[in-house]
Design a binder for this molecule. Sequence first.
Ligand SMILES: Cc1cc2nc3c(=O)[nH]c(=O)nc-3n(C[C@H](O)[C@H](O)[C@H](O)COP(=O)(O)OP(=O)(O)OC[C@H]3O[C@@H](n4cnc5c(N)ncnc54)[C@H](O)[C@@H]3O)c2cc1C
Length: 385
Amino acid sequence: MRYDLVVVGGRVAGSIAAYHAAKKGLRVLMLEGNPEIGTPVQCAGGVSDSFFRSTGIKPLPEFTCTRIKAAAINGPYGASITTRNPMIRGYIIERKIFDKYLALRASEAGADVLAGSRVKDLIFHDGSVSGVKFRGPDGTHEVESDIVIAADGIQSGVGRRAGLDTRFRPGELCSCVQYEAAGVDVDTETIEFYFGSRFAPSGYLWVFPKGDGRANVGLGVRRSSCSEVGPLMYLNRFMSDKGFKRIEFNAGAVPVCGPIERTFTDGMLVVGDAAGQVDPLTGGGIHVAAECAKIAGEVAAEAVEHGRFDGKFLSLYEKKWRSKVGRNLERSLRFRRALDALDDEELDALLRSVEGKNLSSISKISLLRVLKDYPSMLRVLKDIL
Ligand SMILES: Cc1cc2nc3c(=O)[nH]c(=O)nc-3n(C[C@H](O)[C@H](O)[C@H](O)COP(=O)(O)OP(=O)(O)OC[C@H]3O[C@@H](n4cnc5c(N)ncnc54)[C@H](O)[C@@H]3O)c2cc1C
């Protein structure tokens, strides 16, 4: 078998890269290791309007659960603010259905999609990646290709086989646990966040409403900060306190240290969680993965057009995605580090200082005035604003 492009991993990053490459006329094969695309879910499903605007994907009723218009941010000692900032607006999506929708969209654009097909090794010619060996339901296969896109998620084994450093250290990862909960009586237009060591040390807890009394309730903590008692203890305590019922459980990890140093090599591009393309402040990866995957698919098409699969040509991908999202990811990382520097008292006091204010219209000057007592935050925000 021979293709122009093999994409390893069939979720957000993989399907969007495959879609854009196929649309440009490439012969694309996308391989997903799990038997069913989209399961198990490892996501709370929060996506902003800007994701739909920039990707052109329509927020269809098939995969959108609720329309989100506000966010409630709760501090460790009871301070609470609600913001209706337009940036918050978005949807809670059902990832099981959304991921399948994206894979179908790639397939309709011309890509071949194989679920239950796990890549076990890479093929090299003259030191350049030039295909994969995978095990599918009917045995082991070899596929030659000009380019391989590694969209295989965190700790990308495929990227590592090509010699790229795709490994994240424990302190760079956020360990996440989540229940789909029932019996949740919350406003279905508001996502809720809980901060502080009582809820989620150096992380946060979320309640993302899905309608009909259901919600994704989860938390993420950085591993180095929560080694003695696992994140599940915090989540279970919250679930019991609230009387929520546990319908489904899932766990995963997100890289929150910024992207890996190099996302290309001869014959290969790395995209999505595999490349650490995740917002380090929120842990949100869907939008960033989508932006970078589009670029990866298009650069793959350019490479095929020019017959250039060497790292020098493929570095165009890294140049383009860094120029599109690199600065935002750096800012988010600085912002998160500044937040890390605040203890519970400071965090609560900071929230109290803006409690009751209309955050969507708060001016830069008044925000800077509020933050004058928090030098680390002030430094970061001055830079951002
Ligand atoms: C609990 C949790 C909640 C989250 N909530 C949100 C949220 O609300 N909003 C948001 O924007 N982001 C959220 N994220 C982050 C988001 O889920 C990820 O950033 C995003 O899904 C990354 O997509 P991806 O395609 O890069 O990787 P993945 O979703 O990890 O997909 C990689 C795929 O590759 C497949 N694969 C791996 N190895 C192989 C192989 N050798 N051969 C074939 N296939 C392989 C895997 O089976 C998997 O399907 C959350 C993450 C977690 C863990």
